[in-house]
Design a protein around this ligand. Structure first.
Ligand SMILES: [Zn+2]
Length: 81
């Protein structure tokens, strides 16, 4: 069961929920603006998204979405940054 913690979205900064399940070393985010997406463990642990400005974070999420089959949750990896 996911624990629902209100956070600010790592991509757009809006209020979002952390719906990460325990076995995942990254983060799973539910955001009203961005939808559901994941941040890979290496990207999350290194704080890589924090180093980008908002537009570049949005671009990274778009790249992740475009490489994800529809119906699957996109994951932002180093490759998308
Ligand atoms: Zn967002």
């Amino acid at each position: 069961m996911a624990n629902l913690k209100p956070i600010s979205c790592p991509v757009c900064g809006a209020e979002a929920q952390d719906i990460t399940v325990a076995r995942f070393d990254g983060r799973t985010i539910r955001c009203d603006f961005c939808g559901d997406y994941e941040v890979s463990g290496p990207v999350f642990k290194a704080g890589l998204l924090d180093k980008l400005d908002r537009q570049r974070r949005l671009d990274a999420l778009e790249r992740a979405k475009s490489s994800t089959p529809s119906g699957k949750r996109p994951m932002i990896t180093r490759h998308d940054l």
